[in-house]
Write a protein that binds this ligand. Structure first.
Ligand code: IVH
Length: 677
């Protein structure tokens, strides 16, 4: 074997190995929620595979995991008109309506004997159609208005269980196959997503359907992991049905053979009574299902009979959705409490008379902000409808105005902070009402927790219960006071033994040796998170230069725009904040000076990148700025020293050069991922 043949062979073997490892990692991460390898390791595997695929493009497998991480759609979504429209379903709300449905079916068929149905869960997600041409995924669309949908192929490719090529049959699947189903967001992922949104101050999604539909239609969210959490469940073949398939249950079998996921709860029901029993059983099981199901769907099982029963313009007469009762209950708002967070944000929270909704007791619901309170017009004493839409975070859907007590007054967030009494402010254009007092105990507690958090000064053991006591006893009046604590003082706290006090004191001592970036994070300057802190530290080298920097000087730092510059300048022009920095130093907090200039750390530290082709989600200038901020540099031509070539739309000759030199080529999505890693 010649050397290059040998190298090719080895590459092929390695590529198969990598694909297998990546598929496994995806399965553990998305499906089983128990990742085994760290993200960085995953990225390394994926990158190695991408490298090999650039070098040996003809060895790239049609179902390679790299095909799932394609570029995001460039502009708005195009629309596509489909040959066979996607219909909707008529609903049955109770057993009587189910019997009426069955009678109508039998009347049309002229059949006195029972008709068999395929029973399926009604999935609460976003309906989509996937078209395969000669066995390979060609285009995927949203349901849209049934006839015309949006082309969301690029996003659908991220959905881990959508087959990129149809499996099963040795002869392949010639021609066009169109498969329909639902894209759903599993409840675990939905809850995690909503928790994150709440932390960020965004309104949580009302239900997994909205979250799934939103994710699918994201233009700019090229976060592979969020789309990757989505799941596809197939339930119909609209085109390319093999002649041997005669019933809906066989349709499901064929879908499985092609490699699709089908709801495991699907079952044949020999008559309408069996269908109702199926519904009752699934309803009892509802809370244990991993995805949101809002009913059951029954379809005449035999396809020839379906054709006989026929369709109405909007829905087939051979199928029906038997809905579950909604997960909503009524209860009363006992009071509206106000919570104060780290940034001073005041959040109204409705305290509810406890009520069981879908098996879970609900006793409070966030109202998010004043606008939300106004929109729903929730008042103390009101009767409200609360819902848990597959969500642990309950929501107030609406007020039952007819039951409103005469004395109920509109709710207004207080003019004074309920914790410290300072006058609250609401800036124009902002939804949030804040307590501006930086010494407010509520803010202080949260600030101290942030100060000690892992990415800031990383003081192990300084948790909520301890911080509460430290602030309440006046031992900590500003975050820097933490460094004045000793083991004796700490051991006086409740639930604090000698040993834990000594451990905490040691952790505080250890945190004194730190880095400039960590100090900047710890100070809690608005808009200065880990990434910005790194680049400020890299650019200014030490604190005095940064403290005295003018807005212009700040903006000269790579990756710093007017918003960050203004925030940093405002922070350091406040003498309390300057005093806090000095105090930290006088209490022994130290960090090494950094060489000024390019960030030495960051996800792209020391890397040389070349850009070619058009970018979709950012301008070239933005891209350059962000690369530099992440520690990298942008070169104008490709050489052996280039680490990555970023290929956008219509890449130029630089791409070819990169391939000749064996330089790694990445797309925009991956660039963003690197920048954010
Ligand atoms: S069959 C022609 N099966 O519900 C039959 N639809 O309310 C229509 N849906 O547009 C589709 N689970 O998006 C079918 N097991 C299931 C379903 C299901 C959820 C959705 C689908 C449809 C909507 C109608």
């Amino acid at each position: 074997m010649s050397e290059s043949r040998d190298a090719r062979h080895r590459a092929g073997v390695r590529m198969a190995e990598l694909a297998k490892a990546i598929d496994r990692a995806n399965r553990l991460y998305y499906q089983e929620d128990r990742p085994e390898i760290p993200d960085a390791e995953y990225d390394r595997l994926l990158r190695e595979l991408q490298d090999l695929e650039v070098r040996y493009p003809d060895l790239r497998a049609a179902d390679s995991p790299t095909r799932r991480v394609g570029a995001p759609p460039a502009a708005g979504f195009g629309t596509l008109t489909r040959r066979v429209p996607m219909l909707s379903l008529e609903n049955a709300m109770d057993e009587r309506e189910m019997y009426a449905f069955d009678e109508r079916v039998r009347r049309i068929l002229g059949s006195p004997s029972p008709v068999a149905y395929a029973g399926e869960p009604k999935l609460d997600g976003a309906g989509v159609e996937l078209v395969y041409v000669d066995g390979a995924l060609d285009v995927g669309t949203t349901r849209g208005d049934g006839r015309t949908g949006e082309d969301v192929t690029a996003n659908l490719r991220h959905v881990w269980n959508i087959p990129l090529v149809l499996g099963g049959d040795e002869t392949g699947c010639p021609g066009r196959v169109s498969v329909r189903g639902e894209v759903v967001l599993p409840l675990v992922a939905f809850r995690r997503l909503n928790e994150m949104r709440v932390v960020r101050g965004d309104e949580p999604f009302a239900n997994p359907r909205n979250a799934a539909a939103g994710a699918l239609r994201q233009l700019h969210d090229i976060d592979r992991r969020r789309l990757g959490a989505l799941e596809f469940r197939a339930y119909a073949i609209a085109e390319g049905l093999p002649a041997s398939v005669r019933t809906q249950m066989e349709v499901l079998g064929q879908l499985i053979a092609w490699g699709f996921t089908v709801s495991p709860e699907c079952a044949a029901c020999h008559d309408v009574d069996a269908a109702i029993a199926y519904h009752t059983k699934l309803l009892a099981h509802r809370d244990r299902l991993p995805i949101e199901v809002d009913g059951t769907v029954f379809k005449v099982d035999r396809l020839d009979l379906q054709a006989e029963v026929g369709e109405l313009p909007r829905s087939p007469r051979w199928a029906i959705a038997f809905k579950f009762p909604p997960q909503q209950e009524r209860t009363q708002v006992e009071a509206i409490d106000v919570q104060v967070g780290r940034t001073g944000a005041l959040t109204p929270v409705a305290r509810l008379r406890p009520v069981t909704v879908g098996g879970v007791t609900v006793s409070s619901a966030s109202l998010h902000n004043q606008d939300e309170v106004d929109r729903k017009d929730v008042r103390e004493g009101d009767t409200v409808v609360v819902q848990r839409a597959g969500d642990v975070i309950p929501q107030i859907v609406e007020v039952v105005k007819a039951d409103r007590p005469a004395h109920a007054r509109p709710f207004q967030l207080p003019r004074h902070c309920p914790v410290c009494g300072a006058a609250t402010v609401r800036l124009e254009g902002e939804a949030v009402t804040r307590c501006p007092n930086l010494d407010c105990p509520a803010q202080l507690k949260n600030n101290v927790l942030h100060f000690a958090s892992r990415e800031a000064l990383d003081i192990d053991g300084l948790g909520e219960k301890i911080v509460d006591q430290l602030v309440d006893r006046g031992l900590v009046k500003r975050p820097s006071d933490v460094f004045a604590l000793d083991a004796r003082t700490l051991s006086d706290l409740e639930r604090m033994g000698e040993k834990s006090a000594a451990n905490l004191a040691e952790a505080i001592g250890g945190a004194r040796e730190t880095s400039l970036a960590r100090v900047l994070i710890a100070l809690g300057i608005r808009h200065v998170g880990a990434g910005v802190a790194q680049l400020l530290a890299g650019h200014f080298g030490d604190l005095p230069a940064l403290v005295d920097a003018t807005r212009e000087e700040l903006e000269a730092a790579p990756g710093v725009g007017p918003t960050i510059a203004e925030s940093v300048e405002r922070f350091f022009s406040d003498r309390h904040n300057r005093a806090e920095v000095e105090r930290l130093q006088s209490l022994g907090v130290r960090w090494p000076k950094q060489a000024r200039g390019r960030a030495r750390t960051g996800p792209l530290a020391g890397k040389a990148l070349v850009l070619t082709g058009g970018l979709a989600a950012m301008t070239r200038e933005d891209a350059k700025e962000r690369i530099v901020a992440a520690g990298g540099r942008v070169a104008s031509s490709v050489s052996k020293k280039t680490d990555f070539v970023v290929a956008g739309e219509d890449p130029g000759s630089k791409l070819q050069r990169a391939q000749e030199l064996g330089v790694r080529v990445i797309d925009e999505a991956e660039l963003v991922r690197l920048l954010e890693s």
